[in-house]
Ligand binder design. Structure first.
Ligand code: AMP
Length: 396
């Protein structure tokens, strides 16, 4: 996969109409519809400002929620237009449809330095189905396409990939940052390259482990997925999470790592509980876990082992919590990993989702080189998969 893509700096945008795919999928209050975090809108500002200041007319677009092709008034992007306008300090013209008369007329009248926002792309079923007529109608309003919604680049939708069949396609600043930092980590990492993987399921991360076995020097496995590996090593794991149909795979991975000289680290002690509950009393167990207990977090010896392994790393990628961090009593392992990354001095990359939330909540975000904005997209990136929303951009 080539991550070296043309950006908005590689094209003269003056006088051009730019179709800009943003990630305005903001969280909202269920009752009032009020935007509860405008982080994603704020994140889009640098690309938008660059385009406007350089004489482009910007037709921005995004999805919001999961309307699945239905026109759901609760999921209108109108509140986003309002917030974006406040942040930019200029009017954001809002179209009441996507490719309909209103959008077309407003796009045609749009002047350099002006910005408009189309209605929620997923109100039309053809967005997610990558309908060619829908993609073409979107493209027909503009001269060039800019992709700046990293969270959806792993989807081949009309606005993320389809439009590139009709328009020259460039990355915006957010997508470019993701590609340059994560792409470099995978293609040409500063070594040693350490991958820290956690979360609930082995099955979700099989392709990530496979791909990273080819690239990393050390792979650290924590979280619920570690117990299938411990079982594969012959340990008793009590009532811990187990994917019985993945035990053979886990064995294979351990053997493959050994054959390749990749260090493969698993927990050596665990904080266990008799039940899956926030109030459960933590019990520290080394070695075999008794049959009435389940592993909920990594123990102190494991924290030391894992922290030691990230010390001196050149590059670290982290995806997935080390334990059930939603419960305070079992959040210690995840916190300790966040701290170890923050203090490592390495190029540190945290995949979206839970690990990103943990790093932010714990106040380590500003000590991490890059926190990816796309959960699913960053996982597929680590799998080495071709991302349709990246593949469609012009190569440098
Ligand atoms: P994922 O979405 O695969 O990254 O998994 C995140 C989820 O894994 C979180 O909700 C954690 O609570 C859960 N998790 C982490 N460790 C464990 C564990 N030891 N047992 C059960 N669930 C876990």
């Amino acid at each position: 996969m080539n991550y070296n893509k043309k950006t908005i700096y590689d094209v003269d945008v003056k006088g051009k109409k730019v179709l800009l795919r943003c990630d305005f999928n903001v969280p909202q209050d269920k009752e009032t519809g009020e935007i509860t975090s405008d982080k994603r809108i704020v994140a889009a500002i640098p690309t938008i400002k660059y385009l406007l200041e350089n004489g482009a007319a910007v037709i921005s677009c995004s999805h919001l929620g999961k309307p699945k092709g239905e026109w759901k008034t609760k999921l209108t992007l109108a509140p986003v237009a309002k917030r974006l306008s406040q942040l930019l300090g200029q009017e954001v013209i809002f179209a009441s449809d996507i490719i309909g008369e209103d959008a077309q007329a407003k796009a045609a009248a749009l002047q350099p330095g002006q910005i408009m926002l189309l209605e929620n792309l997923r109100f039309d079923i053809r967005e997610e189905k990558n309908g060619a007529d829908f993609a073409k109608a979107l493209a027909d309003m503009a001269d060039i396409f800019v992709s700046d919604a990293f969270g959806t680049v792993h989807r081949a939708h009309a606005s993320t990939a389809g439009v590139a069949a009709y328009l020259p396609a460039y990355s915006g600043l957010l997508v470019n940052k993701e590609l340059s930092i994560m792409g470099k980590a995978l293609d040409d990492p500063k070594r040693p390259f350490v991958a820290v993987l956690g979360g609930a399921k082995v099955s979700d991360k099989i392709n990530v482990i496979n791909n990273l076995l080819e690239k990393a020097d050390t792979i650290i496995i924590g979280g619920g997925m570690a117990y299938t590996f411990k079982k594969a090593q012959g340990y008793e794991i009590g009532t811990s999470l187990l994917e019985a149909d993945r035990i053979d795979y886990a064995k294979e991975m351990i053997e493959k790592a050994a054959a390749k000289g990749v260090k493969f680290l698993l927990p050596v002690d665990n904080l266990c509980a008799a039940e899956f509950s926030a109030d459960a009393e933590p019990v520290l167990v080394e070695g075999n876990i008794p049959e009435n207990l389940m592993g909920m977090d990594i123990g102190p010896k494991t924290v030391e082992l894992f922290s030691e392994a990230v010390k001196g790393a050149g590059t670290i990628v982290w995806n997935g919590p080390m334990g059930v961090f939603e419960f305070d009593k079992f959040a210690g392992g995840t916190k300790a990993m966040a701290k170890a990354l923050a203090e490592s001095g390495a190029v540190t990359i945290v995949g979206g989702g839970d690990s990103a939330a943990a790093v932010e909540k714990l106040g380590f975000a500003d000590k991490i080189t890059h926190i990816s904005t796309g959960g699913g997209a960053s996982l597929e990136f680590l799998e080495g998969k071709e991302l349709p929303g990246v593949a469609c951009l012009l190569d440098k």
